[in-house]
Design a protein around this ligand. Structure first.
Ligand SMILES: Cc1cc2nc3c(=O)[nH]c(=O)nc-3n(C[C@H](O)[C@H](O)[C@H](O)COP(=O)(O)OP(=O)(O)OC[C@H]3O[C@@H](n4cnc5c(N)ncnc54)[C@H](O)[C@@H]3O)c2cc1C
Ligand SMILES: NC(=O)c1ccc[n+]([C@@H]2O[C@H](COP(=O)([O-])OP(=O)(O)OC[C@H]3O[C@@H](n4cnc5c(N)ncnc54)[C@H](OP(=O)(O)O)[C@@H]3O)[C@@H](O)[C@H]2O)c1
Length: 214
């Protein structure tokens, strides 16, 4: 367990924020997550790392959950406070031998975009399409990070994105070629449904990677 000093809190919309911490000598592989909590507290939660492997700081993207314990408390942190960080953990990682040769499809709902942000920031030359499913446009977190034309915003509760509906509906209308490597991150229902659709489109088990948040 390490203690990391907070540099800043960046608010992205009324319920979502980025905590930027000093990196110290922490190393990780893009796509991994940490557990975060207050010093001495047993209440810790998992958060995917949002920043790139190369950044000099460590960032996480967090959405405050109604009735949630830790996500609401973390919002109240101030620059200069310290948080306990454990990790890195997880295997939601890109494979070195595929980085330059393969075509990637990233499907994320809500803050499930966090590890994808880290992928793209770490490897800017990736050949990818990102399908991001959110309720409304103000959840298209820092969308300027993604190359023009690579980012498809699916808004389910208003007609303000590139597509009005869920990511699964978009996927059915826009089939994926069978040589695509897929990474899915977000709520488990989306992941199960998207997985089924991808399998029906001819993507076999091997090239589908998943990270379930809740
Ligand atoms: C591997 C992994 C990586 C994760 N990465 C992130 C991340 O990068 N950013 C992030 O905001 N969260 C992430 N989460 C979720 C995070 O760990 C917490 O569960 C979340 O912040 C809620 O914690 P809480 O203490 O506020 O709510 P709790 O008091 O623990 O729970 C409240 C309820 O909220 C549900 N819930 C948990 N997460 C979400 C969510 N994102 N949306 C809707 N409902 C939810 C829980 O199932 C529970 O029923 C990740 C989870 C896992 C397992
Ligand atoms: N109080 C509020 O005003 C408010 C507002 C937003 C969120 N919340 C709460 O915050 C939490 C997180 O919400 P979130 O919007 O960040 O995450 P979310 O519930 O995972 O929704 C993100 C996106 O995923 C879509 N989705 C949900 N299930 C899916 C499935 N099976 N297949 C494909 N797509 C699916 C949603 O579409 P749909 O819109 O069609 O479900 C939405 O577009 C929830 O617990 C929610 O109750 C509260």
């Amino acid at each position: 367990m390490r203690s990391h000093k907070i540099i800043e809190i960046r608010n992205l919309n009324p319920s979502t924020y980025v905590i930027q911490m000093e990196k110290n000598n922490f190393t990780f592989k893009t796509g991994q997550y940490i557990t975060l909590g207050f010093s001495g507290s047993i209440d810790r939660r998992e958060y995917s790392i949002y920043s790139s492997e190369k950044d000099k700081y460590l960032e996480v993207l967090i959405k405050e959950i109604d009735e949630g314990l830790v996500s609401k408390k973390l919002r109240k942190c101030k620059p200069g406070d310290f948080l306990d960080v454990d990790g890195p953990f997880g295997h939601f990682s890109l494979r070195e031998n595929e980085l330059e040769t393969k075509k990637f499809l990233f499907i994320a709902t809500g803050t499930g975009i966090s590890p994808i942000h880290s992928f793209v920031a770490t490897h800017p030359n990736l050949n990818y399409t990102l399908i991001h499913g959110v309720r409304q446009e103000n959840e298209a977190y820092e969308r300027d990070t993604y190359k023009n034309g690579n980012y498809v915003l699916c808004t389910s509760r208003e007609n303000t994105g590139n597509f009005h509906g869920r990511v699964t509906e978009y996927l059915k209308l826009n089939p994926v070629s069978s040589d695509t490597i897929c990474y899915l991150c977000g709520n488990c229902h989306m992941i199960y449904e998207a997985y089924d659709i991808l399998e029906k489109q001819g993507i076999t088990l091997g090239p589908i990677h998943t990270e379930v948040y809740f």
